[in-house]
Design a protein around this ligand. Structure first.
Ligand code: FES
Length: 155
């Protein structure tokens, strides 16, 4: 069985699991990305067919939310909050330290991504790695985290 066929079966399976659910598109997209690493054009086509939507409708939702990726990530990624509550508590220094640390590694090894609020405002500066939200970060801690991601360590 080819990789494409395996991918198609996985997406079909996810769609089947959400069959009958009210507004299943977002849960399906989240699960496809979680299991496949991204939402490729092929996935958009299958999901659209299963939900009786156009490819443009599904693709529009994928492109609207920055969390959805259409290409698999080259390396690990870290999301850093750049919204006001975190910025007021040292978020700018954390952001700059993360960028500098990521640049010290091979290109694409760690993607530092700006997000605007992780719902952890009282504990900022905040970041998120693999869905895990971290708070009260300082520049030294973020450098340690970025270096660990670049080495492929689990956190
Ligand atoms: S402002 Fe950073 S988590 Fe809300």
């Amino acid at each position: 069985m080819s990789e494409s066929q395996v991918l198609s079966l996985a997406i079909e399976d996810i769609c089947t699991q959400h069959h009958g659910q009210v507004s299943p598109l977002l849960p399906i997209l989240h699960e496809v990305q979680s299991r496949c690493g991204c939402i490729a054009d092929e996935a958009v086509q299958i999901i659209a067919a299963r939900l009786n939507l156009t490819r443009a409708e599904v693709g529009g939702v994928v492109s609207f939310y920055t969390d959805f990726k259409t290409q698999p990530p080259a390396g690990r990624s870290i999301k850093i909050c750049r919204a006001e509550a975190c910025q007021a508590n040292g978020g700018r220094e954390v952001w700059e330290a993360a960028l500098a640390a990521a640049e010290s590694h091979m290109e694409g090894a760690v993607e530092v991504e700006a997000v605007y609020c992780l719902g952890n405002c009282a504990c900022g500066p905040s970041a998120q790695i693999d869905g895990q939200t971290l708070g009260r970060l300082n520049p030294q801690q973020i450098v340690t985290l970025v270096n660990a991601l670049a080495k492929g360590d689990d956190l």
